[in-house]
Design a protein around this ligand. Structure first.
Ligand code: HSE
Length: 349
């Protein structure tokens, strides 16, 4: 069995996914018995390629790294936009990895809708379409009998959505709280060692953690998108972005951090969702966390989520929340899970 894939959006995450695909080809074949070809890559800034027999990922990654563009790739058809790529390349799975836009959800929403309507499975790390149009997109996927997977929208490749949906199936999740943004946690951790805010932000950007617009991280929008996704997917809520109270970390000074330290506390950007009078509410804001709370010990780019369940009590998952390969891995795991669903049995190792 050989899947044909298209990668739409070839920034940090798209490239991270391509790297992992290249490295894991043999492993996927030996372990799960399938092969794949990436036949198309499309990015409005970097260029696009359609090569029916499969793009050489090593070559294209090297071009992206050296030249910042992939136009110089020697073979295939060039210049197709993302919609044409989705419609005319005859692929099975679209990896949609364009940047998050929390206002309109575009271009991701149109790309995902087009892909589903054209009968393609979709894997995405794009928070905009899922935070804004989760129900509509899932309905479209169902109508077209295709799968839409979005593990990487929350906590990059650290299991969050599938952990709760699949492994915790049957448990009621009554409350969710956690550190859901790697950039701000990295900045706050660096500030705890005395570094200033600007320096720490630059480092986070250099490491590929930050969103295209840094405001999305430091003003809490990214964490807000994630808590909306978790609330709607796992707590049966119907929250909109505008329903959530939000405060970022830009008001926190080195002196605030020092004072918190004297009280044995640490500032963390906490996202929460809880039930109140039968409705789900959510908030994102910096909180001073005490040392005996697990979240106190989550540092750097690491994130953590605590699911308050009816049966198990509190279940905590922690791991990286951002990064090129870490988020690329979420796409890889969604891809493997689609394969497992299609062959109608659990993944076997
Ligand atoms: N910019 C995000 C973060 C990336 O820092 O967590 C993952 O959504």
């Amino acid at each position: 069995m050989t899947y044909k894939l298209a990668i739409v959006g070839f920034g940090t995450v798209g490239q991270g996914f391509a790297e992992l695909l290249q490295e894991k080809r043999k492993y996927l074949k030996d372990t799960y018995g399938f092969d794949f070809e990436v036949v198309a890559i499309s990015d409005p800034l970097k260029g696009s390629i359609y090569e029916e027999n499969g793009i050489n990922l090593k070559e294209v990654l090297s071009l992206a790294q050296k030249e910042g563009k992939i136009d110089g790739y020697k073979r295939g058809i060039k210049g197709w936009d993302s919609i044409k790529t989705i419609k005319e390349t005859n692929v099975d799975i679209i990896a949609e990895v364009t940047p998050t836009n929390l206002e309109s959800g575009e271009p991701g929403t149109t790309l995902i809708k087009t892909a589903l309507a054209e009968g393609k499975h979709v894997i995405t790390t794009n928070k905009g379409p899922i935070a804004l149009f989760y129900r509509e997109l899932m309905e479209l996927a169902r109508e077209n009998r295709k799968l839409l997977k979005f593990e990487g929208t929350v906590l990059s490749g650290t299991p969050a959505i599938n952990l709760a949906l699949i492994t915790l199936a049957g448990a009621n999740i009554n409350e969710i709280r956690g550190i859901m943004n790697g950039t701000t946690n990295y900045i706050l951790t660096q500030m705890d060692t005395g570094k200033n805010y600007g320096e720490a932000l630059k480092e986070a950007q250099g490491l590929g953690y930050a969103e295209t617009k840094p405001d999305a991280d430091v003003e809490g929008w990214d964490a807000l998108a994630k808590i909306v996704i978790l609330s709607n997917v796992l707590m049966h809520a119907d929250l909109k972005v505008s329903d959530v109270e939000r405060k970022g970390i830009t008001g926190i000074t080195l002196s605030d951090i020092k004072k918190a330290k004297e009280e044995n506390k640490r500032y963390k950007l906490i996202a929460r969702a809880w039930k109140e009078n039968g409705r789900v509410k959510a908030r994102v804001s910096p909180e001073k966390v005490e040392e005996d709370n697990i979240l106190f010990h989550i540092t750097g780019v690491n994130n953590a989520i605590q699911f308050q369940t009816d049966i198990l009590g509190c279940v905590t998952i922690t791991g990286p929340g951002a990064g090129r390969r870490e988020t690329g891995f979420a796409l890889l795991s969604d891809f493997v899970n689609i394969h497992c669903s299609l062959i109608d049995r659990c993944c076997e190792k």
